[in-house]
Design a protein around this ligand. Structure first.
Ligand SMILES: [Zn+2]
Length: 299
């Protein structure tokens, strides 16, 4: 393992960057890039292994309090790199062969400011501290970006319908969760991810959220491969394929990938309990979904 402390500590910006640096030193074929920056200027980092053409995308921490998934994707990056180098076959998966054909891009944290707020409080985003403090009693539950926009409500997929639902639920201004802003792609984080997807044309994508041990693969005319991806993940992890509740439909990254780019995509809700899931959940949950994470590279 890169450093045992990486997986025993909350993955704030400092720790993630240190872990990524370690990974890049250990595996010289691992490529590190920045897809953009958050409102407070934090880098949104991407790690790529294998073929550059039509890679698979795994992205996590769209929501601040779901930071445990940063660790899951960092550990996966490490394991995939180890298998790629040694040409071993974890869970019977020929990682080297698969990634030669179709690479893997991992974005451990789409919302670095949100994670920092959830872990370190509003002082970690000085410019927005006043706003954060005015709408949030407990920073540990923070989901949105630094100015209170829920990134997974900010993609251009059924945005108008979602806005209507938000209003019906009394959500009309910046909040810790579920306020999607006044226009889709209004935030630097969603713009960065959207532009990346327009440029790279991923062959499939998995968005990691918490919690519930559920997989969502449906959105309007769901591509068959999206269903296959969801069913594969569910059958290998013991998670359940489910339909999202109304306020979790539309505006999401997975919805935009399916609806606009026609790319097979799913949302995975890791773990069981209350967000933020505690650090001790990391290793057991990683073990639970390890096979699914590896095999879904193939679907
Ligand atoms: Zn989420």
């Amino acid at each position: 393992m890169i450093n045992i402390n990486t997986y025993n500590a909350e993955p704030d910006y400092f720790l993630r960057n240190a872990a990524i640096k370690n990974l890049c030193e250990k595996f010289n074929f691992l490529r590190r890039g920045t897809i953009g920056r958050s409102l407070c200027g934090r880098e949104i980092t991407a790690l790529t292994i294998g073929n550059r053409l039509s890679p698979v995308l795994y992205a996590a921490a769209f929501h601040g309090s779901e930071w445990l998934n940063c660790l899951i994707l960092l550990r996966l990056a490490e394991e995939v790199c180890e298998a790629y180098r040694s040409k071993s076959r974890p869970e019977g998966t020929d990682v080297y062969k698969i990634l030669q054909k179709r690479g893997l891009m991992i974005i451990p944290c789409v919302n670095p400011d949100g994670v920092e707020i959830a872990l370190r409080g509003s002082s970690s985003c000085v410019k927005y501290k006043k706003l954060i403090d005015s709408v949030c009693a407990d920073h540990r539950n923070w989901q949105a970006n630094a100015r209170g926009i829920d990134l997974n409500h900010n993609f251009n997929a059924g945005f108008r319908e979602l806005k209507k639902l938000e209003r019906e639920n009394g959500i009309t201004s910046p909040a810790p969760t579920r306020y999607g802003g006044e226009a889709p792609f209004s935030e630097p984080e969603t713009i960065a991810l959207g532009n990346l997807c327009l440029r790279r044309r991923f062959s499939s994508a998995i968005a990691f959220h918490s919690q519930g041990r559920e997989v969502y693969c449906a959105y309007k005319n769901t591509p068959r491969r999206s269903i296959k991806l969801g069913e594969t993940f569910a059958s290998l992890s013991g998670y359940r394929v489910a339909l999202p509740e109304k306020l979790a439909t539309g505006g999401g990254f997975k919805d935009w990938m399916i609806g606009y780019l026609k790319t097979p995509a799913i949302t995975v809700e890791t773990g069981k309990g209350r967000n933020p899931l505690p650090l001790k959940c990391f290793l057991p949950e990683y073990e639970r979904i390890r096979k699914a994470l590896l095999r879904c590279l193939l679907v």
